[in-house]
Write a protein that binds this ligand. Sequence first.
Ligand code: TYM
Length: 336
Amino acid sequence: MGKPRVFSGIQPTGDIHLGNYLGAIRNWVEGQSNYENFFCVVDLHAITVSHDPKALAADTRKVAALYLACGIDLECASVFVQSHVSAHSELTWLLNCITPLNWLEDMVQFKEKAVKQAENVGTGLLDYPVLMAADILLYNTDKVPVGEDQKQHLELTRDIAARMNYLYGSEENPVLKLPEPMIRAEGARVMSLTDGTRKMSKSDPSELSRINLLDPPETIQQKIKRCKTDSVRGLTFDDSERPECHNLLTLYMILSNQTKESVTQECAEMGWGQFKPLLMETMIAALKPIQDKYQEIMAEPGYLESVLRQGRQNAEAIANPTLARVKAALGYSIPL
Ligand code: TYM
């Protein structure tokens, strides 16, 4: 028996921020040696909202380079681009045909995004979780490390796989493997710097709401200087009246590799004027190695392409047989 398999991905829309890092990439890196890993840049997902064709390729390369800069190890992981492996699109269609429409209409993210787009809601936005299910199920995935916001999509993935197995497989011979979500307690929901009750998000119109992994030190300083706080002296976790305080302490705790107890003690008597410079320095120091490595990777001509080429090959070696298995189960069997 080989190692259990991990699959995860990030959309190349906008800049990768601390939420993506702490909710997802950091966990991929920490656990990677225990698994056989597939990390995908999900560029087919990126066109479910309006996008700029001129930016798509560059954004896709940027996300792949950031995976590597954050410490993804190609000895145990494949990094690839979703649109390079056509099985993702093909399995989506097959899964579409067994997915009840109301399952998709119930997705919280769809409802939230659909409201923002008013009458112009694309079918892709509704169908997005089925594409995500195809991503995961193609690799017979055991674990999916994601942030809290993807939990419902993973439940749907399991429901779709179970329905496929019920309709077209048998108990001894399931067509698809049911994956488990992997959501860490800390960092699974990083909040906006301008409103501690809202998730840090690429689509927030305010740049001040998030720290991007490639933000230079001056930008980080400005954003932390201007981030929302409160007028209470002494900093504490878990006070529902002080969501910003909880969020900023959590960021400090994770980025400085400390326990909750030690941060609770260290910051109990602090005011914001003392804490903010500490947070800034910690953040700048934590992101510097990632930023340096990113520049190195981007400066080496052809390197990223060679990684993505190999990644595609590794991905196809697993994805294509899974697709063939699903097609056979559905009755696509004329030999040619
Ligand atoms: P995306 O691109 O929105 O986010 C990528 C990852 O970052 C996590 N994340 C957060 N974690 C903590 N706090 C936040 N504020 C925060 N914002 C984002 C997300 O939970 C995610 O893990 N549908 C997915 C991409 C996807 C995917 C997949 C993921 C497509 N196919 C298959 C796993 C497996 C998405 O839009 O993530």
